[in-house]
Structures are given as structure tokens and as C-alpha cells.
Write a protein that binds this ligand. Structure first.
Ligand SMILES: *[C@@H]1O[C@H](CO)[C@@H](O)[C@H](O)[C@H]1NC(C)=O
Length: 111
């Protein structure tokens, strides 16, 4: 199975807590990033997401983080993999949209 409920930590030390995954794969939680380029101090930020509920433990998922300390929005997509000794591993990637003040700066707004 791939139950996303609980705490996850990445290689940078960022953590996320998935509160609960419902029977349709909806989930929400808080993201505790360890890294930021924002001016303001980091704050835990809420996300909502959706996952496939697959029997083989290799489900794909996505979620959106609404950063509380910046005007940015991040989206993640990923997949769960069963690891050795029952430890699940999530592989994911993200896109971060930072607010820019004009259309002429649009080109640099997405990391
Ligand atoms: C899951 O999210 C969808 C889309 O927002 C919604 O229609 C559905 O009711 C949610 N499922 C549950 C169990 O809340």
C-alpha cells in the first residue's frame, strides 16, 4: 500500500505532515520547509493534494502548497515506492511560482 498519512522528510531536512488521506485519495497537511529564498521567516504552510489509491504501493500523487510567508505557490508531483524493510520512499519534483509585479518579469517567475 502507499499510505501518505504521517511525517515525511526530504534530503534537505524539509518535513511534511499529511494529516489524513480519505477514501477518494484527497489529503491535506502542512509543509515545513527547511529552505527558502523569501525575506520573511519560514512558517509551516498548508497544502492540499490528491493521490491515486493503488494496491501495488506505487501510487502517484500531487499537492499544492500555499506558502504562508511569501506570495509564492508550489506544486509537487510524485510517486511512492516501497523501500527495503517496509520503508516507503517518495520521489517527487516541484514547481514554484513566485509573484512578480509585471508581465515583463513573467519569464523569471517560475523555478
Ligand atoms: C475529494 O475531493 C473531491 C474534489 O474536491 C471532492 O469532490 C470529493 O468529495 C472529496 N472526497 C471526500 C471523501 O471528501
Amino acid at each position: 500500500q502507499c499510505d501518505l498519512t504521517g511525517w515525511w522528510e526530504n534530503d534537505l531536512g524539509s518535513k511534511m505532515h499529511v494529516t489524513e488521506v480519505d477514501n477518494q485519495g484527497n489529503f491535506s497537511g502542512k509543509y515545513y520547509t527547511a529552505v527558502s529564498v523569501a525575506q520573511k521567516p519560514i512558517e509551516p504552510s498548508p497544502f492540499i493534494g490528491s493521490q491515486h489509491l493503488d494496491e501495488d504501493g506505487r501510487c502517484t500523487f500531487g499537492f499544492t502548497v500555499n506558502w504562508k510567508f511569501s506570495d509564492s505557490t508550489a506544486v509537487f508531483v510524485g510517486q511512492c515506492f516501497p523501500g527495503e524493510g517496509g520503508e516507503e520512499v517518495l520521489q517527487s519534483t516541484w514547481l514554484l511560482r513566485e509573484k512578480v509585479n509585471s508581465l515583463s518579469n513573467d519569464w523569471k517567475a517560475t523555478r
